[in-house]
Design a protein around this ligand. Sequence first.
Ligand code: ADP
Length: 622
Amino acid sequence: MTLDTIVTTLVISVGLLSGVHRLEVLSCFACLAVLVNYIVFITFYPACLSLTLGVSRASGGNFIKKDNNPVVERVKLIMSVGLVVVHTHKWLAFKKDVEDAFQSFVLEEPFEDHGQWSYGNVVVLTLLVTLIVFECKNDQKQSCFKTQTVFALNEEIKNKEVQTDSLRICSSTNTKPCFEDPAAFLVDEDFKDFHKNTTCRSLQDCLTVYQSNLCANDLTDEEVILLVKNKTIALYEIEKVVNNPERAVQIRRKLLGVQDLPYKSYDYSKIMNVCCENVIGYVPIPLGVAGPLFLDNQLIYVPMATTEGCLIASTNRGCRALLQCGVKSNLIADGMTRGPVVRFCSAIRATEVMLWLEQPQNFAKIKASFDTTSNYARLIKLRSRIAGRLLFIRFVATTGDAMGMNMLCKGTEAALTTLHRHFPDLEIVSLSGNFCTDKKPSAINWLEGRGKSVVCETVVPQKIVTTILKTTPEKLIDVNTSKNLIGSAMAGSIGGFNAHAANIVTAVFIATGQDPAQNVGSSNCITLMEARGADLYVSCTMPSIEVGTVGGGTGLPAQAACLEMLGAKGANVVEPGANSGRLARIVCGAVLAGELSLMAALASGDLVKSHLRHNRYNKDRV
Ligand code: ADP
């Protein structure tokens, strides 16, 4: 007999007692239906008896099913008590009618005298008293649990006497720990006393506490873990339920048994819902500095986050070689892209739409809807290509100081809605059709540019080439032609006409909170070298540097500090886009320094020697 049975029985009985003929008839039918399952417990008194029995067994957890919502169960209990009151009242007031009704439909032996009524009242009274006692006991148990600390891991656990299903281990008396093997969850120095200080109530109690306000503030870490393992709380939402990002990180680490990963002294509130999910700590990457880089008449120290030995040393040498001559940079173009793919019934129709988009007045309509989505994103051009009945439209827009991917997505979506209004047969296949192209090698970024297109150049005096770079302009030009031009052509490279642009790009990207995955397109670079008299002319052209100084990870304290070093932190309120443009130019300038140094090392045959010096100086064999 469950609480549900009690409630059903009581509700039906109310119908029977109502004195309203139709209701009584309906209740009779209900009785017949219920009779199939509950033939014995159809009447009020056995139900009461069952409830009493159920309550007496409640401590064993049988009365209220463990997986039931405790709030619903409580409502049912209250309902039962209410119905009992209704019954009592009804029977006292309309004793005769009730007896008739029960005689006709249900009861084999109607109550006939006051002695039986007294018996009924005793049952009702017993029921109420039992309920009150049960409630009190329950409350007492809960408050007791709040202060109770459950002790060390005892021998019982070590001997695996606990049940195998860790979710069912917590008994209502709370004398056993929550996990089959709590040691599996021990992490860090902080948690080595886990066995001694584990506070853990039963799963049912934890559920009750959690579901009462959908918050885990009143639960211990181990209890939260219990609910995560029970799938009541998702792994990713621990921050939300404990309302404390660092505690959430600690809990997740305990849960996963992560130990040797730093997590302290980090403001997790800054990355929550912005930069990272399911956080368990952070991976420290050493940050070095190359410079000063003499770029556009300014001395700049370039922060680089890397674990590749020699990289910063090499870039630093390049910067030193450029100190006297300096580097000049130029922003050639600026435009982030998103390239959705849409479909029509035929190639003819797709072509029609492509031609429609090329009309200036139609471009204006699309631009109007695109531009309304942001204060900074401004559509500057569309590039369309047909593949059968598929139409790829590359939206190109300036995005101020933001790298702009989110902005482009919003703008493109709005523009496609407008286009759809003009061409209702247009089917949007994907907001990104890889015609953008983001984070994948592609010729289109190399040819048309993406983000910032930058060029840097300098003339390095012969003397510097020989003294600092330990080579000659002739040798450098020769190696550059053979390696960066012919070699890359032989490899069928697209945008890879350089020695190691990706090294510098990635290290600066990580330091400044850029999306490191965008090093794919951002590292497109052609390095050119030629003689300028006895001196060396060098240029680096990078058509697709995808950077921003607002949004993404750029606002995090460490990354923002690196941007500050570069004079490119945050939004430029006077000239939106100036900061991100500056960052792109610095990236290109640093790449030029890196190129010069590595190419010199190759030209002089010094590469292996210098790597061994910086990385593995004490090893002859590697
Ligand atoms: P992204 O589009 O690069 O993914 P976000 O989605 O974070 O970047 O958008 C950048 C946010 O910064 C936008 O809300 C934008 O309004 C705001 N913002 C403030 N100042 C600027 C600025 N100078 N340039 C670009 N965006 C800016």
